[in-house]
Unconditional design. Sequence first.
Lengths: 417, 537
Amino acid sequence: MPEYKLVSKNYEFPDQRLLKAALYRGGYEQWKRVIKEKTSPQAIIDEVKTAKLRGQGGAGFPAGVKWGFVPKDSPKPKYLCVNADEGEPGTFKDRTILEKDPHLLLEGIAIACYAVGIHTAFIYMRGEFYEPQAIVQQAIDDAKKEGLLGKNILGSGFDLDVIIHMGAGAYICGEETALLNSLEGLKGWPRLKPPFPAVIGAFACPTVVNNVETISCVPHIMRMGGEAFQQVGTEKDGGTKLFAVSGFVEKPGVYEMPLGTSLKELIYDVCGGVKDGKQLKGVIPGGSSSPILKPDEIDVPLEFEAMAEAGTMLGSGAVIVLDETVSIPQIFMVMSRFYAHESCGQCTPCREGCTWIYKISEKILAGDGKPEDLDTILSLAPMMNGTTVCPLGAAMAIPVMAMVEKYRDDFLALMKN
Amino acid sequence: MPEITINDITFEVPEGTNLIQAARKVGIDIPHFCYHPGLSVVGSCRMCQVELEQGDRKWIDLACSNSARDGLIVRTNTPEIKERVKATLEFLLMNHPTDCPICDDAGECKLQNYYMLHGLYDNRLTVDKWHKPKLHPVGPTVVLDSERCVLCSRCVRFCDEIWGERQLGIFGHGSNEVLINYPDKDLNNPYAGNVVDLCPVGALLDRDFRHKRRVWYLKSAQSICPQCSRGCNIYVHFDEDHDYKGEGRRVQRIKPRVNMAVNRWWICDRGRYGYHFIDAEERATDPMVNGEAVDWDMALARATELIKSKIKKPGPNSVAFLMAPIASNEDAYRALKLFRDTLKFANIGYDIPVSETLEKDQVLMTDDPYPNRRGFKDLGFGSVVNPFEAGEIVDEIKAGKIKGLVVSGTDLEGLVGENVEALTSKLEWLIVVSHDQNRLWQKATVALPMATYVEREGTFTNIKGTVQKFEKAIEPIGQAMPQWEIWQNLAKRFNTRWLYEDTKAVYDAMAQGKPEYETLNWQGTFGITHGMYPDNW
Ligand SMILES: Cc1cc2nc3c(=O)[nH]c(=O)nc-3n(C[C@H](O)[C@H](O)[C@H](O)COP(=O)(O)O)c2cc1C
Ligand code: SF4
Ligand code: SF4
Ligand code: FES
């Protein structure tokens, strides 16, 4: 299957970040139409539901359903938080939207806010995103000047403020409730759920948290109609997804594919296969939190359900290709070091478990490991999955178990004695 | 009321009761670190995982973040739950220094207790532990051992939520996270000591109690704090048998005793650390006549003579009785019987100003350092009796009209300032009842030593009018005696009609026909309890 470009349609035009160019290529047309036709908010939510648009931040929750959870009669203000934290190792797709087509995101934000009755939207951006910040801020300012955002948009009486909030560089602040705490100026510790953000979110008000890519799909849904959008993808996963392919491939980069495309096709047909004709060792298919696939397991459709059946995750769509030269125990150590460092430290199993496993991995790499260490890992990890406040514990535990189970011999090979 | 089932015990609890609290009602302890009924729920330690079942749904969740609803089934003993609890403990103990032999919390520590109950695994740690600051002074009264901390955030939430100022925080992330002072803050709030009670392990320790006693040697008496008019319920923990460093103190520490109507789970630091007077050097131990230690018989004989020398001639106007409301209701009642009804003193005062008022705050502390002003008022001091203000009595003394003075429980600093001489030089005689050798004691013609609140039983009436009983923990020092007994023994020398066998008899006489006293059940749940204090959540 070839690429199918919706979100990345205008990536090839270097001037797309300018409002004039975006308008020339059809930017804000759906937003203007919604305003002009006074489309009912419910109709937009229904369209997004029909489109089977699922969260592109990793968890894959249906976006329209999430919007529907926001109480309609709340006397409190409501907020949208666009998750632009993009911290998952291997993931670099949201950045392309922010840099190459910021007005697409802003149009999506406007339509989403209109649908849910929101007048303040925050873009929570990864702390290191200096350039995207400047680009998106310029886009906001321009759109405001043009009357597409701000007060009384296009004479409709609808107000919308869009505010960029820069994070401070913690991976955990991409988790939606840690993000909300961080936004409020608190320590980025995830909150206990329920209550869910849709009911009690930012500043204790109903809040929708959506990934950059999720929101950027909305104008296309409005343009194509929900049904047509869905049909690009699969029955349960409508539309396309951006895949950030990295590692040992001929043509790494961001590729937009219809949901349901085979992972193997993506790697071999679209990205030109393993670099320098080397043997494939494995693929981490959905960011560092997704369990690794062995070469004979990669012929799976890139779709939430099918990936789950294959024992892994679609996740954020970050495909990391590993060739025969890669040491899995080394990857294991680097990954567990990342989680040990990024665990927010709030809850016991994740805080202590990540470090424990990381320290064992270092020991193994140093040649001091024993086969029992692998058993310890395999008994600790399940106790970090489903036992914690947020899914970070699981995001460490599940891929770790997969590496040990699938590449046990590689670990044993380091235990010479 | 909803009916819930915990481990096959079915019972009713009010809707919304927290599951950890509900389980306690039927004697089941759901293990927990971060949960405390007085603080917000954060659900971070993950110790309290239970299996829940409702209708056809069954799932694992936290007990601390769930509450009772009709038909809910809770299980704490399934293999899966046991495995999770054990794993959580193993994680918590991973970096723990296990220096229990030198830890004051040993015996009261949740980690220790839960390990024996739910852990019992073999150590399989093959990597190094973290090292963190030990012996860090977080504040003037509390010291921190970071390595023992389980990061439950109870202490942080206490400062934030109960005191209202952030003084502690958890910094960093991952497992090298530490609990420490908030930048530029000291743990110096007037309730700081509560974090020691809250800390489920030996990370936060009372400097006052540090390395003083193994907690299992402590005996406990249920008492009432005498340091202000709130009347916080406390435990007095004492031990006279294991004096490691020859400090000779009998009372080892004060701990809060839960009373939801009075102090909830807390006490202030003034109450917590203000017990040292009990075993202080300045304690009055023997009756004195003109500065010479004597026995009770001689002292009371002399006091009787002195009073008799004035009471007929020049008459009741020439004598006065001042009693500070640090005394119990029984003391006050018996004193009134003597000075008002038998001796018919014309001048009786109790509303003695204090030398420093307390800083009243939003938590517990009132501005009145006397525990029983309300009790005195309720008993008719100052109203039925000659409505003399204490201040007027002093004026009368200075004017030379009052020649003999009986004072109990105060050195009158709040009334006469530093200069006692100006007062005592006008008197022909002065009788003093006190637990310490205060400056009046030195000047007294007759000085009589009284027992402190831990050396006897009695009742105080707090600022809201609640009558509360305190138990005896230890024997009075030297020849000291409960104040009411001093008055009764003196009264015997004036052929009194009112003789009481014990404190309870005084109380019963006082309570007769007065509903505000009858609500107190003297027997109650009282009785000396040993070992750990039961209100430790
Ligand atoms: C540890 C952790 C990190 C996360 N980081 C991100 C992130 O960087 N960007 C993102 O969009 N979602 C991230 N998520 C997922 C969010 O919690 C949330 O599900 C998502 O923002 C919802 O948006 P969506 O439904 O549009 O995907 C993360 C989740 C976890 C547990
Ligand atoms: S699972 Fe890890 S990151 Fe998530 S709340 Fe717990 S300690 Fe923090
Ligand atoms: S010091 Fe004690 S109360 Fe405070 S976080 Fe650590 S374990 Fe909890
Ligand atoms: S007591 Fe429930 S998570 Fe700590």
